[in-house]
Design a protein around this ligand. Structure first.
Ligand SMILES: C[S@@+](CC[C@H](N)C(=O)[O-])C[C@H]1O[C@@H](n2cnc3c(N)ncnc32)[C@H](O)[C@@H]1O
Length: 371
């Protein structure tokens, strides 16, 4: 007969109370599959494995109801569970490490009698995002050739190009003299060998003289800047031509336009709050906005990229390379993914989005600003 651990022993090993284990058993979250001769609960290896998952999700801050959905979901495979847990824990660890560093810096500053500004104090909750999620980026984020062509055409005959918020450099034109700006060390470290030189700086304060480049470009980054308009004005200052790939967050229909945000992730709306309008952004560079349809087989795995390949959003790797999923938080993410999974299995997604199958490209609010 398979070896079982008594409830007391499991409680001791896991550092939880026997009462907690009784409760988990009673609500069916971690049932003890056997009893000892004396009638005590006894746990098999499978029971312990399930308990380990439950406790790890608990530690990540999930509620018991959410955990029940997670451990009973279709990802029954233990390795898949471990991978997902690992990803969530690493993310939490990195976020905590970034906060510890920021607090250390503030302590040092205070010891020197320097008071940090409210902005600096709050920065720890936002600006470190790519230090946390950046390592997952290269798995699915790469050059989409049709979008690259639009960007490179818009650069015109510019010979020297500044790429702001450059990340791993997916859209840097190979035939021009490029200088990259990227504040995240994690992202800079992932730039391929031979990539353009990269300066650690912030879009809001570009360390270059006025008009030092023929053109400045920024791709999928403006929404991360604490003050997007200030950054766009900086690009305008240092370059004669400006090309920005971004999205139109201002039209009322934005949330409705994409089934993912409309039907599964309404929390996305919260991320758009206090983003500048497209009109304000084009005004900041003195240019025009052109729509950029997203091809159905878009090679760059940004948030909207898989609009005709909904199963992709069930893939943890796809989600981890897109900041939206981290920014809405794990509870909203899991709810959205579970809802989508169910609708894909039941045919509800296909029914609701019947008209998408015939499209080769979709207008999802992405824009190229050119000045
Ligand atoms: C979605 S990635 C895009 C990277 C690259 N442009 C691309 O298209 O692959 C966003 C990038 O913006 C950078 N970023 C965030 N805040 C920034 C800021 N204040 N100034 C400049 N870049 C910033 C991030 O570190 C990250 O590398």
């Amino acid at each position: 007969m398979e070896e079982h651990l008594t409830v007391g022993r499991v409680a001791e090993l896991a550092a939880v109370s026997v009462r907690t284990l009784h409760h988990y058993d009673e609500i069916g979250l971690v049932p003890a599959s056997a009893r000892t001769a004396a009638g005590y609960r006894a746990y098999s290896a499978d029971d312990v494995e399930r308990l380990r998952e439950v406790l790890a999700y608990r530690r990540l801050g999930f509620g018991l109801g959410e955990i029940a959905d997670l451990v009973d979901g279709p990802t029954a495979d233990a390795v898949a569970h471990l991978r997902r847990l690992r990803g969530l824990l690493v993310e939490q660890r990195d976020r905590t490490a970034a906060m510890v560093t920021a607090i250390d810096r503030e302590l040092e500053a205070r010891a020197l009698g320097i008071r940090t500004t409210p902005e600096e104090q709050l920065k720890v909750f936002g600006a470190q995002l790519y230090e946390v999620i950046g390592s997952a980026y290269p798995a699915t984020r790469r050059t989409e050739p049709r979008i690259a062509t639009r960007i490179w055409d818009a650069l015109g005959d510019a010979r020297t190009v500044l790429n702001v918020g450059a990340g791993t450099g997916s859209y840097e034109p190979p035939d021009r003299d490029v200088t990259a700006v990227e504040p995240s060390a994690v992202m800079r470290a992932q730039r391929p060998a031979g990539a353009a030189p990269c300066v650690a700086a912030d879009a809001g304060r570009l360390p270059f003289a006025d008009r030092s480049f023929d053109a400045a470009m920024a791709v999928s980054t403006v929404h991360h800047w604490p003050d997007p308009l200030a950054g766009l004005r900086e690009m305008r200052r240092v370059a004669r031509r400006v090309v920005v790939f971004t999205y139109d967050a201002s039209t009322a229909g934005w949330l409705q336009r994409f089934w993912l945000t409309r039907d599964y992730l309404p929390e996305f709306a919260g991320l758009l709050a206090d983003r500048p309008s497209l009109a304000d952004m084009t005004r900041a560079i003195g240019g025009r906005a052109e729509p950029v349809p997203v091809p159905w087989d878009c090679a760059d795995g940004f948030f909207e990229a898989h609009w005709r390949r909904p199963e992709a959003y069930l893939d943890e790797q796809v989600r981890r390379a897109v900041s939206v999923w981290t920014r809405v938080g794990p509870a909203a993410e899991q709810r959205a993914v579970n809802g989508l999974r169910e609708d894909l299995a039941s045919g509800r997604w296909a029914e609701r989005n019947r008209d998408l199958v015939a499209l080769d490209a979709a207008e999802l609010g992405l824009r190229l600003l050119v000045a």
